[in-house]
Design a protein around this ligand. Structure first.
Ligand SMILES: [Zn+2]
Length: 508
């Protein structure tokens, strides 16, 4: 614990935020003026007139109130993030490191209005160290997804065909490791990698060496095991062929494989490319058929993994994808097998407006956001720091909510993408309520957090107050006030107090 930090003790004071414009899409409130009452860290029904007299009042007039932000796919702790820090000491976003320290990560998220974060890829063998780092991450409730399907025992159990045994094993691994969910990163990929099979395209039906398995069977059986184990979040899927031209077909096959039970597709932007072979000009968007399928199959949800231009650090549990990217860019990279369970690749990357591939990645992410019909099934993410730093979320929110700003940005990117991307023909703008859905209401619901992402009685008093501003980037970059469990933790971009936050573990 650091000076000025307290263990998480919610403020017991009865408090009212008075007269704010409330965005609470879970309860159908779209900018209605009202009061928000909380006490003991929870939102409550308005109390009796008698009790109100003793309440602490916060002036909300003229401010926009939303639930605290929920980031369901980020990379903030564990060995991969530490490697990212070591490989990128020269990279910074203004005064902020490309991969901030753990304390700075908590402070920066809080000053951005976010109050919950999940690390989306921790090897089971690293769960202990990652958990200690999560304990150290201030101002946020936090959890992690474990890469349980990389474990030899789990793969052997899946191959044996005993569904009950796989469910027991997966549940035990997540609960013993204090994880929240199971993430699958390139199913079977770590096995191919360890066997020295590092070629490019792989199919869902290729045999996984040493096991009577295919990536498709690993997906199907892990999905069922997660459901049977009763974990709060469904299987979190990073499928095969991340980043490769023509991979939209693999993604469509993945959706068809997973359809019927709940599944969450991570960073779909990196999995939605057309083209193939050596013809760079053929590279492009494969979003249209994917959105068509996604819209019609409500058991699936996704986060986008938006790319934004500038310097960042790529980090993935998918060694094969990292190696491919390193070869394509010529950038030095790091790889380490984590106790021979799982894999990892880390390297700096600069996304450039005038790069054909980077411009396509930028346009493809936005195309996903602006094409999916139901914002409740879609989550705003940059796969921090892979597509961009989480501090770029306000810029992304402006790109979604301000068509003229987006057109201006589109006019600067590689001319071939400008000409060919369906983005040029999309005029949709996200409303404030839709931005609220994709940054808090939907991710809370999808992650399995009934006490978050809304402002109804019983919800955690995680509340962000913004100053309305036609420049959405400025509005979302610096909330006026951020409450974590009823405690004022940040104000006008400054951290006012550090609270420890809770570990979100499936066992608790
Ligand atoms: Zn990720």
């Amino acid at each position: 614990m650091r000076p000025g930090e307290s263990t998480f003790a919610a403020d017991a004071t009865l408090t009212c935020i008075e007269g704010a414009r409330i965005h609470d899409p879970a309860h159908g409130r779209d900018g209605v003026v009202g009061d928000i009452w909380f006490e003991g860290g929870r939102i409550i029904e308005p109390p009796s007139a008698e009790r109100r007299a003793a309440a602490s009042i916060i002036a909300g007039r003229g401010l926009v109130a939303m639930p605290g932000g929920v980031d369901l796919h980020s990379h903030v702790v564990g060995p991969k993030v530490a490697a990212g820090r070591r490989i990128s000491p020269h990279l910074a976003r203004g005064p902020v490191a490309a991969v901030p320290t753990i304390a700075a990560t908590g402070d920066l998220y809080a000053s951005l209005g976010y109050t919950t974060v999940f690390d989306a890829a921790i090897a089971t063998t690293s769960a202990g160290i990652a958990r200690m780092e999560l304990d150290d991450l201030p101002n946020l409730d936090k959890g992690m997804y474990l890469l349980a399907a990389d474990d030899h025992d789990v793969l052997a159990s899946i191959a044996s065909g005993s569904e009950a045994e796989t469910a027991r094993l997966v549940g035990d691994i997540v609960r013993a490791g204090a994880g929240w969910a199971v993430k699958i990163a390139n199913p079977g990929g770590a096995v191919f990698w360890k066997q020295g099979l590092r070629g490019d395209h792989r199919d869902l039906d290729d045999a996984v060496p040493g096991f009577d398995l295919t990536p498709r069977r690993i997906l199907e059986r892990t999905q069922r095991a997660v459901a049977a184990a009763g974990l709060p979040h469904c299987l979190h899927v990073h499928t095969v062929n991340l980043g490769l031209p023509g991979n939209w077909r693999t993604t469509l096959e993945t959706m068809k494989t997973l359809d019927g039970l709940r599944a969450h597709l991570a960073h779909v932007q990196f999995h939605s490319y057309s083209g193939g072979g050596l013809d760079a000009e053929a590279f492009g968007s494969g979003v249209t058929p994917l959105v068509e399928y996604f819209d019609a199959h409500p058991s699936l949800t996704l986060d986008v993994g938006q790319v934004l231009f500038g310097d960042t650090v790529a980090m993935t549990g998918d060694s094969t994808a990292a190696e491919h990217l390193a070869h394509a860019t010529g950038v030095p990279w790091m790889s380490h097998d984590l106790h021979l369970e799982g894999g990892c690749g880390v390297m700096p990357i600069r996304y450039r407006e005038k790069s054909l591939v980077h411009a396509w990645q930028w346009a493809i992410g936005l195309e996903w956001f602006l094409s999916v019909a139901d914002p409740w099934r879609l989550v705003l993410s940059t796969d921090h720091p892979n597509g961009a730093h989480f501090l770029a979320y306000p810029l992304l929110m402006r790109l979604l909510g301000d068509e003229s700003f987006r057109r201006e940005a589109l006019s600067r990117i590689h001319p071939a993408v400008r000409r060919k991307s369906p983005l040029a023909g999309i005029s949709r703008q996200y409303t404030l309520n839709e931005l609220c859905i994709v940054t808090r209401a939907a991710p809370a619901r999808i992650a399995g957090l009934p006490q978050k992402g809304h402002l109804g009685p019983g919800a955690d008093a995680d509340i962000t107050l913004y100053r309305p501003d036609p420049d959405l980037s400025r509005m979302f970059a610096m909330p006026a006030k951020v409450f974590k469990g009823g405690v004022l933790v940040a104000e006008d971009g400054h951290v006012r107090r550090r609270v420890a936050g809770r570990l979100l573990a499936a066992s608790s």
